[in-house]
Design a protein around this ligand. Sequence first.
Ligand code: ADP
Ligand code: MG
Length: 469
Amino acid sequence: MNGVWQKAADRIRDVIGQVGYEAWIKPLNFISLENQTATIEAPNKFFRDIVVERYLLLMSNSLSQEVGEPVEIKLAVCARSPLGANGSTNGHSANGHSNGHAAGALKNPRPASALADPADARKTLHPQLIPRYTFAEFVVGSSNQFAHAAALAAANQPGEKYNPLFIYGGVGLGKTHLATAIGHHIWAAGNYQRILFMPAEVFMNELIGSLRRDRMAEFKERFRRADVLILDDVQFLAGRERTQEEFFHTFNSLHAERHQIVLTSDKAPRDINGLEERLRNRFESGLIADIAPPDLETRVAIVQKKADLEHLVFPAEVALWIAQNVSSNVREIEGSLTRLSALASISRKPITVDFAREALRDMIRTNDSKPDIETIQRAVGDFFHIRLADLKSKKRTQHIAFCRQVAMYLCRKLTNASFPSIGDAFGRDHSTVIHAYNLIHARITSDSAFRFSIEKIERGLKTQHANAA
Ligand code: ADP
Ligand code: MG
């Protein structure tokens, strides 16, 4: 990467924070800087539109500061992306760089993880694990970024960094995918041979079988020899005392030898009822990472990535429509693409928004009920890339205070909550909420760009909420 751009990018990171940087700035590809014009490439059109809306000004300011003269930015779309190539987007790439460059770019929504993934070659996949559950095929967004980073770190230094790694989150959000990716990655690196992936239920059944057939020594040996043990859906251990007892010993012996243990669950350890205290302690002794439902941008990236993989071509607006109207459960998003692809090939019609609406009629959720305060806080935090904890904290930095005011405003507008109860949710009193409400309301009336942003958060909340219902 160009040194000037790297320095400018560092400045941008200082302003928007690591999460926003990883999500929106890092995936950009610096192409050239000539005649005070920087050409930068985004992975696809949707991505570019978001960057333009949120970060373009910041980018050109930061670059100008580095260069020492005003720099204009041309944001092009990567020509290789089928979605990006659709429609008018290629016309934006400056000076013909885009084509020459694109051949070697091999960009997808998250090049960073793809490059770091030795399983990429496909030759080195673990033979017993689901082939497509690799880091390369995992789309990273703010909802799963932490879990992804933790998984990658554990995969790069098995047994050393985060042991156990405990990944939890709702159904269909990528826990099994990430846990499997760790297995592929470690396998591909070639230092470890015995990588054992097992659903916790299977562990239990095998244990019962071994007990019955008096084969416990074998059972113990098999697990304790593992270099890496990935136990999927450990919430199934709840209430199974004998299984927990056995797993406790398995865990301890692997852990003592610094063999990597990866656990997934639909709940945090403390929320699994019927889990023995000592096991809970073990689960909490390493790193715990949660996966939240993907936000709109991540859903779009997922739709695009899956479409790319399936060689399914449709305009960006269809990707956006699917992301807005189908569930936030990634498994269901995949299901909708499968259906779309089948119907399109049968009917031989091009995939348009109308076509998608018709094809996916019964997969669309509609719901008019109201989001709750925490959902709004999260949505605002996601949008502005600040953490929920900061939003609720006493911090008074200008950006955080402003986001907090937006969140307060939306809570008042979208829920039935009173000013005092909204205040409670932010650790403030009701007069602060009223002040925030008036301030944001006034600004919405006078500043249409600002109004668009707020409306965008509201739209996101509507679909998100409909999906969760
Ligand atoms: P969970 O174990 O959390 O229920 P899975 O790991 O089985 O969910 O994921 C469900 C499906 O969604 C899988 O096909 C998986 O590949 C896909 N998926 C989930 N999250 C992502 C993601 N971030 N990027 C790409 N595919 C994903
Ligand atoms: Mg799973």
